[in-house]
Design a protein around this ligand. Structure first.
Ligand SMILES: C[S@@+](CC[C@H](N)C(=O)[O-])C[C@H]1O[C@@H](n2cnc3c(N)ncnc32)[C@H](O)[C@@H]1O
Length: 311
């Protein structure tokens, strides 16, 4: 039986449950986008627990199989995973690659595209290899795998265009003469026509140091603990706008502090969040309790970058 929600908003609801069990109650082909960041396979235990590197794939595959069942053929599954090191050795774990291979080979997803989240504010770690012995550099990139059932799943990069660079603005004004690049690419007049913005790349740059966000402020005011592993609002914002339309449904089965639900609400997508821990589930409600931020959410459009104005 589906539990009662911990709280509801105009567009969504947050449930406290084991998402594997919860998703089994959802009908097939009913969700447009799953965007999530599960616990990573770190070699140390985070407070909310995580499968170790060897067991990680076996742990995640049943969740992914349910996700594949519940998303529509036009839908997407966006999975954020951080990299990891082998315990006690300056050697990388391959768990994220093994996970990706299993999601394609065992579960049957297609890899639509891999993205990389560049977080310039990430702390140098492990300190032993990076700061003390200086034999590795900062690991500042996390992986985001965009998986689909159908290779022609819904997506429209015109919804996530970025402002043109100054150089490109000059070219649009001046126009270009037809030239052939050394690579063989032909540059002609249409290259410099104004198409509303530049097409983003698969590198998403944003920090995760949202010390001023209202969620953190409220948590501190109330003496609640801030969730230790939030992703920045820019991650769900980018994929929700890229892969869905207003009114579509978004689900995060590892909701944590419910960044995904909060962004989905602002973008007028129906959302469902599932978080196994009672404290995280109920404290995530704080995100929705800032009048000022909610007024701007109600006005509809997001100001970018989201993580600089608070989640
Ligand atoms: C990396 S955090 C997600 C953080 C989230 N993206 C945010 O921005 O706050 C992973 C979350 O998954 C939760 N979790 C772990 N196993 C779960 C399960 N079986 N069902 C639901 N939630 C689970 C953990 O308690 C943790 O809060």
């Amino acid at each position: 039986m589906k539990p009662d929600p911990v709280y509801k908003t105009e567009f969504g609801a947050l449930f406290c449950a084991d998402s594997l069990e919860f998703m089994r109650h959802l009908p097939p082909d009913s969700v447009d986008l799953v965007v999530t960041s599960p616990p990573y396979a770190l070699h140390f235990k985070k407070e909310y627990g995580n499968a170790n590197q060897q067991d990680y794939v076996a742990w995640l595959v049943p969740f992914a199989a349910e996700i594949k069942r519940i998303i529509r053929p036009s839908g997407s599954f966006v999975l954020n995973l951080g990299g990891a090191w082998q315990p006690g050795s300056p050697v990388r774990s391959l768990y994220h690659y093994r996970t990706l291979l299993a999601l394609v080979d065992q579960v049957g997803f297609n890899l639509a595209q891999e993205f990389f989240w560049f977080n310039p504010a990430k702390m140098p770690a492990p300190a032993e290899w990076v700061n003390v012995r200086r034999i590795r550099v900062k690991d500042s990139v996390e992986y985001i795998f965009w998986l689909v059932k159908d290779p022609m799943a819904n997506a429209d990069n015109r919804n996530v265009l970025q402002p043109y660079s100054q150089d490109m603005k000059r070219l649009i004004k001046r126009g270009v003469k037809e030239t052939v690049r050394p690579s063989g690419h032909v540059i002609n007049g249409s290259f410099a026509s104004d198409k509303g913005g530049s097409i983003p790349s698969n590198l998403i740059q944003c920090g995760n140091n949202e010390s001023n966000s209202s969620y953190i402020r409220h948590s501190k005011e109330l003496g609640s603990k801030v969730h230790p592993a939030r992703f920045p609002a820019e991650i769900p914002r980018f994929f929700i706008e890229f892969l869905t339309k207003p009114g579509d449904s978004v689900l995060d089965p590892f909701a944590g502090s419910n960044t995904t639900g909060f962004v989905a609400e602002r973008l007028k997508r129906k959302w469902t969040g599932i978080e196994i821990r009672n404290d995280y589930a109920s404290e995530s409600k704080l995100r929705f309790e800032s009048a000022a931020e909610f007024a701007s959410a109600a006005r509809g459009q997001l100001l970018l970058p989201l993580d600089t104005i608070g989640e």
